[in-house]
Write a new protein. Structure first.
Length: 585
């Protein structure tokens, strides 16, 4: 720290400010801050330890270099009607440089001079603003954030030129203290003319900066003459005409240690506050964009939920086809037993093979084949629906991506990169889904699904529908019936046979068959439902998986934005408090 005297309280503020600025790096980095902005912040941190920088700006030919020479009482800097100053020149204390003996540091020149007050203040000459040599203006603008105090030199023959006004508009956001110098008043005829120009600059300055500016009308040329001449009369006359004393006094005395410290501390804080404000705006803009993404994801989620709901509802309908097949069989079975288990068919009943053959033909019939056909239908339906859902999601994402492409404008720096990233993701996700749809082999999917469903169905149902299950049932019923019949016949109880035994056997056979079919239906329905649920879950998972990079990006962005915004707001509060403390020094 290059201040000669710092009270403990000053030191505390300085430390607090330094750590506050360092803390600010984190949320800015989290928001992928522009490298220029980061450099700006880092420089602001370093600047806390630098000498007070008085930066002289203004349109070329306004007399910036002449003013500095007048202040030094030396012709140290080149002057001229053409843009002579092509780089930022920092004047600091040191041994007198030999003419043209500036040291180059990057695009900057360092010039030393053994004048006492340069111990406290470094003075900076800039190329100035003008539209002719763009780079000059850029060099000047880039240097502005480092300034602790800006001396804005305008020429009395064209005060507040358009380029100066634009320049001020661009640099005012840094919140620097700006002092106005109206140079070349020697070319004006009367003091009233000077007043008029000062009033003009004051009006414009107030309009632009929002407060009454400090203005010094001077003549750098007369001040130089006064300091150089050996003629006492001329010196007095020139010095009075130059009105330089007030400005010199301001720079060398009013700008005392306390004031310099205040400006010095306020300046990096101004830079940090500006960056904070800028990135809060950026975070807000990004959040606005994210809302769109969140809406996209919600829509897809809602679409998937509706799909799930519809699938379950329609599945019940498909399942009822299978049920109906079994109901049909149950009905036929009832009828069959009604017609077969009766006294008049007693001979048929005794011929078990024949009755079994009849049962298989009339009752079982093509039940197994029908169940299989309906199962295949069900599978085709599932696969078709799945495919359609994929297509719907793809089409929706495609539409969103196209809409984003239309909206892509980046008013805030940094938003564009973010937007491009997000756009690319949305597109790549769209592509992933599209590719999945393109390579989705419906036949293979249906085959694979059919295989696993058939295995499940076969394991539980088909076998029982066929000869084994019902055949065994029938054989059992018939065997008992036949045994009863033979026994009763032998006992001569034919009437009992017709009245009690045979109807009882018939009811029993019908009841057994119903039970058997009910169990079968339950198991078949369970097997199909399980397969269906598994497949539905798989297809939903596949769509969500394809969208995952996008959803993950949105989620992490959301968190980052929330966190950085909170951090920035906190920093803003802390810095506002520091600013108040600094103003009270
Ligand atoms: N009449 C008059 N001319 C001046 C004054 N100060 C500077 N000049 C002239 O204006 C021209 C530009 O000055 P210079 O300091 O190089 O301007 P810069 O481009 O702003 O640095 C030079 O020819 C100077 O001699 C002044 O107070 N009065
Ligand atoms: Mg110059």
């Amino acid at each position: 720290m290059l201040y000669r005297f710092l009270t403990e309280a000053d030191e505390r503020i300085l430390q607090a400010e330094r750590s506050q600025l360092v803390t600010l790096r984190r949320p800015l980095a989290a928001l992928d801050a522009d490298s220029d902005d980061m450099a700006q912040l880092d420089r602001a941190i370093l600047q806390l330890d630098e000498l007070f920088l008085l930066v002289v700006v203004g349109e070329f030919n306004a007399g910036k270099s002449a003013f500095i020479n007048a202040l030094l009482g030396q012709h140290l800097l080149p002057e001229g009607v053409t843009p002579t100053t092509t780089q930022v020149t920092v004047l600091r204390h040191g041994e007198a440089a030999t003419p043209g003996g500036a040291t180059e540091v990057g695009e900057m020149a360092l010039l030393s001079h053994p004048i006492e007050w340069l111990h406290d203040i470094n003075i900076v000459d800039t190329p100035g603003t003008n539209a002719i040599i763009r780079r000059h203006q850029e060099i000047t603008e880039e240097f502005v954030p480092r300034a602790d105090l800006i001396l804005f030199v305008t020429s009395a023959d064209r005060p507040f030129s358009e380029s100066e006004r634009l320049f001020l508009q661009r640099i005012r956001e840094w919140g620097k203290k700006i002092v106005f110098v109206v140079n070349k008043i020697d070319i004006l005829e009367t003091a009233a003319d000077v007043d008029r120009i000062v009033a003009f600059v004051e009006t414009n300055g107030r309009e632009l900066l929002g407060r009454k500016p400090v203005i010094f009308p001077i003549s750098a040329r007369l001040a130089q003459r006064a300091k150089e001449t050996f003629d006492a009369d001329e010196r007095t006359r020139a010095w009075a005409g130059s009105r330089f004393e007030r400005l010199e006094d301001y720079i060398l005395h009013t700008l005392d240690e306390g004031e310099r410290l205040r400006l010095k501390l306020a300046n990096p804080l101004g830079v940090a506050l500006l960056l904070t404000e800028r990135y809060l705006g950026l975070a807000r803009a990004r959040q606005e964009l994210l809302k769109d993404d969140i809406a996209t994801i919600r829509t897809v989620e809602a679409q998937l939920a509706a799909y799930e709901r519809d699938m379950r509802r329609d599945f019940k309908y498909h399942l009822s086809h299978v049920d109906n097949v079994l109901y049909g069989m149950a009905e036929r079975g009832n009828r069959f037993f009604d017609e077969t288990i009766r006294l008049s068919r007693i001979l048929d009943l005794i011929n078990a093979d024949r009755i079994q053959g009849l049962f298989e033909r009339e009752v079982v019939a093509d039940t197994a084949a029908q169940i299989e056909a309906h199962t295949l239908e069900l599978i085709d339906w599932i696969v078709a629906q799945e495919f359609k859902e994929w297509q719907d999601v793809t089409e929706y994402l495609g539409r969103r991506a196209a809409r984003h492409a239309d909206q892509m404008i980046g008013p805030v720096s940094g938003i564009r990169g973010f937007e491009l990233h997000r756009q690319a993701l949305l597109e790549s996700v769209g592509q992933a889904v599209r590719a999945a749809v393109a390579t989705y082999d419906r036949n293979a999917e249906a085959r694979a699904l059919a295989e696993s469903v058939q295995i499940a169905v076969a394991e539980t149902a088909i076998v029982e529908v066929g000869a084994i299950g019902l055949g065994a049932l029938l054989v059992k019923v018939l065997a008992v019936t036949v045994a009863d019949v033979t026994g009763l016949l032998a006992a001569g109880a034919v009437a009992a046979l017709g009245l009690y035994v045979i109807p009882a056997r018939r009811r029993r056979a019908q009841k057994d068959l119903q039970e058997k079919i009910t169990t079968l239906r339950a198991r078949l329905s369970q097997a199909l439902t399980e397969q269906f649920e598994a497949e539905l879950g798989r297809s939903l998972a596949r769509i969500r998986e394809a969208m995952r990079p996008y959803t993950r990006f949105i989620e992490t962005q959301q968190t980052t934005l929330d966190e950085s915004q909170a951090a920035l707001r906190e920093a803003q509060g802390a810095m506002a408090a520091l600013k108040a403390q600094i103003e009270a020094i």
